[in-house]
Design a protein around this ligand. Structure first.
Ligand code: ADP
Ligand code: ASP
Ligand code: MG
Length: 404
């Protein structure tokens, strides 16, 4: 007996058969004596399709109207799932984000959850209902619909689990758990039994889309234990929690993020204050900068290169050109044909040679490294996007050799 939050992603509810399959998982859990809250995403590619529909009408649509449109996807899936649960003869009620009490800030397109007022969900549970909640959406102070950003239903589920003090938060998806690399791309990827919040946060931030990074951040903050598991196959998944291991494993995974832009500002004056100006102007525009490289000054000039999200590349160039006098007449190159490949593991700091091993794997397949960034828990390289998949595979094979 417990209170369980179960989240199902888009592929898990993609068609009628899968919706019925989810209804069976949910009602089994309910019939076993649990209170069940279910968070669902839009079916299959619905969100992408809605984005494409909007682009047919207006490629510069406001974020408010985009949120109004995209939130519709989840409204379809909660009602269909509730109908499938009704067909299983269990009491159920579906709720949109605002009905379930999701209050967010007003950053349309990537809103942050301020709080979840759980009165309605709790009373529905007290009346013995299964409660099906639309993920990805909330309401701001102006009573406008907001969305939490792509993959945001994971965060809805964790927020609800935290607010309800749920006993468990299960994230059902189309793979059996968190793997050492994307199991769809790297056949030798190994399923992890458990992983710490910090490691999972790095994996998610560096491109492992199996969990949204904000959901992991929130799970860590509110100490919500997550289980990532398959909706298609009943098998134990991966548990994300604070693990104290006797000996930390060297590496947890290899990731790829192809949504990257590399921007080079060429030949700026080699004087104090240039980096400050560049990065403060970008920060003021909310443009997140990741890896930074500055060349040694030669003949009074230097180059500054950095990476940002692929979607921000062009804006970054325009902002720099228009706001900094020393940059206005300089060449700025924006390259989006790059990817970031990273290895992640909390044990890395105490194991010398990890970087060398990673670079050796890249050398063996003749891949050139453009930039390198390290922290105690990860090493990232920026490489040509066309090399990214084979790089992930080669690095993975180096660190996780197949045992015959
Ligand atoms: P959902 O629709 O359930 O939210 P997502 O597509 O967002 O599912 O996330 C699941 C996908 O994440 C998997 O199909 C898999 O291809 C991908 N993925 C990337 N890296 C990893 C990893 N390290 N472990 C597991 N899955 C991963
Ligand atoms: N439907 C939204 C998306 O496709 C939210 C989610 O799936 O988590 O990004
Ligand atoms: Mg997802």
């Amino acid at each position: 007996m417990g209170l369980i939050v179960q989240k199902f992603g888009g592929s898990s509810v993609a068609n009628a058969e899968r919706v019925r399959n989810v209804a069976r998982i949910v009602t089994d859990c309910y019939r076993a004596g649990n209170q069940v809250v279910v968070v669902v995403s839009a079916q299959g590619d619905t969100t992408d399709d809605l984005i494409a529909k909007a682009a047919e009408i207006n490629t510069r649509a406001s974020k408010r109207e985009m949120d109004m449109l995209l939130a519709a996807g989840e409204q379809i899936s909660i009602s269909l799932l509730a109908m499938a649960i009704e067909a299983e003869h269990c009491p159920v009620v579906s709720l949109l984000g605002w009905q379930a009490g999701f209050v967010t800030n007003s950053t349309y397109g990537s809103a942050r959850i301020r709080r979840v007022d759980t009165v309605r969900v709790k009373s529905a549970l007290d009346n013995n209902n299964i409660v099906v909640v639309a993920g990805f959406q909330g309401l701001n102070r102006r009573n406008d619909i907001t969305t939490l950003g792509r993959g945001g239903s994971d965060t809805s589920a964790v927020a609800l689990a935290a607010a309800l003090h749920a006993d468990r938060c299960q994230i059902f998806t189309d793979v059996e758990g968190v793997y050492t690399a994307d199991p769809r791309k790297v056949p030798g990827a190994v399923k992890l039994k458990e992983i710490t919040y910090d490691e999972m946060l790095e994996l998610a931030t560096l491109g492992a889309q199996v969990l949204n990074n904000r959901s992991v951040e929130m799970a860590k903050k509110y100490n919500v234990e997550l289980e990532v598991l398959s909706s298609m196959k009943r098998a134990p998944g991966t548990v994300v929690r604070e693990v104290t291991r006797m000996e930390k494993m060297l590496l947890r995974g290899v990731t790829k993020d192809a949504n990257i832009a590399r921007i080079s500002v060429v030949g700026v004056p080699d004087t104090p204050g240039i980096a400050f100006k560049i990065f403060s102007v970008l920060a003021a525009k909310n443009i997140n900068v990741d890896v930074i490289l500055q060349s040694i000054g030669r003949k009074g000039t230097k180059d500054i290169t950095f990476t940002t999200d692929g979607d921000n590349g062009q804006t970054a160039v325009e902002v720099l050109k228009s706001s900094i006098a020393e940059v206005a007449d300089k060449t700025i190159v924006c390259d989006t044909n790059v990817a970031k490949v990273s290895v992640v593991g909390a044990g890395m700091e105490t194991h010398p040679g990890t970087a060398a091993k990673m670079f050796e794997a890249l050398y063996e397949i003749n891949v050139n490294i453009q930039m390198i960034a390290t922290s105690e828990i990860k090493i990232s390289v920026i490489i040509d996007a066309a090399d990214a998949d084979k790089a992930v595979e080669a690095i993975h094979a180096k660190f996780f050799p197949v045992v015959e």
